[in-house]
Design a protein. Structure first.
Length: 397
């Protein structure tokens, strides 16, 4: 995907992944270095994708067991609030009354259940056995120093220290959340989650390689760019199809969809090594955004900028109204500044809107009139001087 920054390359890939329910990873090609240099190894992108898939499948399984986990947690919490009475010995006189006691306990339990669901017991304290998470000194070091190597000490030495439990007092609301998490982890089969996740990575995973143009330069033989071509050569087998060792087992990359993207305003796709060019046979060029696109971005999405700023200022009790002419002016100024200075696509709208609402945001708490209409005249007043001065707009807009 070739196109200037801010035209929606990443968003297109992200939406594609959402439609296909695929694990999706966005990663910058410039973060990777050739093997032998300090930096991220290209295989780590497949490991990161596997982690995303695990989380994705786990979330799906959580939804399936959510209801049962809630019920189990509720029963365990009621056991804490109303401990079971000790069973009487066989020789104890008055055994005929046991049934009545049982009925009384059941009624009390149901009464407590009703109060629990209504939130009336949230502030009551209960004593709960919680797992104590030990963190040995060398594990702390490993988490800091071996992060990039994708080594996890807990996986290497799973049962060396074991898990101790300790009693802890907490509010009912906190205890309920903790018990739900415990029940969820008990009900989910992580082996099955792992199998499904690895299969999903191999069959429908999507890796979005951004800033591919930053590693497209030819070698100069000196300076910091010495490993650019090496990174390209390391990416080759991953894209073509290889097996990567992850903490969840071996993952084949043959059917993972790789989407490379870059602005290519300095370099061009032909600056990539020929082998890598051949691995990305479909090329799409995205054009710069027009004024019509800017207006659509400002108004159509569920969380458009206009809706975001309106909701933000509502927290100050201020009601914002944008006229159609004001939106046309904002879109026009965004297009003009992109054309005259640097084309940063839709991101320009953020800086333009921030500048337009600068004074209103500052004065919002003190304004007497709590309804403000933003029209074309106001937009021109706030922006025209800055847009005319290119040196100033380069820094402000």
């Amino acid at each position: 995907m070739i196109g200037p920054t801010g035209v929606g390359k990443t968003e297109i890939a992200r939406r594609l992944a959402k439609l296909a329910n695929s694990p999706f990873l966005k990663v910058e090609a410039s973060k990777f270095t050739e093997v032998g240099y300090v930096g991220r190894d290209v295989e780590s992108m497949v490991r990161d994708l596997a982690e995303i898939a695990i989380d994705m499948v786990r979330e799906e399984k959580l939804e399936e067991v959510q209801e049962k986990a809630d019920l189990n947690a509720e029963e365990r919490l009621l056991d804490l609030l109303l401990p079971a009475a000790p069973a009487p010995a066989a020789s104890t006189p008055g055994l005929a009354l046991v049934g009545e006691d049982g009925d009384s306990t059941a009624r009390t339990r149901e009464k407590l259940r009703h109060q629990l669901r209504e939130g009336k017991l949230d502030e009551r304290m209960v004593e709960l056995e919680v797992r104590e998470r030990s963190m040995p000194a060398f594990e702390i070091i490993s988490n800091q120093g071996v992060e990039e190597m994708d080594i996890n000490m807990k996986d290497m030495l799973p049962n060396l220290f074991g898990q101790r439990t300790k009693k802890r007092k907490m509010k009912v609301s906190e205890a309920f959340e903790y018990l739900i998490q415990e029940e969820e982890s008990r009900l989910i089969d992580m082996d099955q989650v792992t199998r499904v996740a690895v299969d999903r990575v191999e069959q429908s995973g999507i890796i979005f390689l951004d800033e591919i143009d930053k590693i497209a330069g030819r070698e100069s033989g000196h300076g910091p760019d010495v490993s650019r071509e090496g990174v390209q050569r390391d990416i080759l087998p991953i894209v073509e199809g290889t097996t990567v060792n992850t903490r969840y087992g071996m993952v084949r990359t043959d059917h993972i969809l790789f989407i490379a993207a870059g602005a290519f305003h300095v370099s061009k796709p032909s600056d990539l090594i020929p082998e890598l060019q051949g691995r990305f046979p479909i090329r799409v060029e995205l054009k710069s955004l027009t004024m019509t696109d800017f207006i659509a971005i400002l108004t159509e999405p569920k969380s458009s900028l206009v809706k975001q700023y309106t909701a933000l200022l509502e927290t100050e009790g201020l009601r914002l109204e944008f006229t159609r002419e004001a939106l046309d002016e904002i879109a026009g100024f965004a297009f003009q500044v992109n054309d005259a200075t640097e084309n940063i696509g839709a991101r320009r709208l953020h800086t333009i809107m921030e500048r337009v609402l600068d004074e209103i945001s500052f004065d919002a708490p003190d304004l007497v009139d709590k309804t403000v209409k933003i029209d074309a005249v106001y937009v021109r007043k706030m922006l025209s001087d800055i847009v005319k001065d290119q040196d100033l707009s380069r820094y402000i807009l």
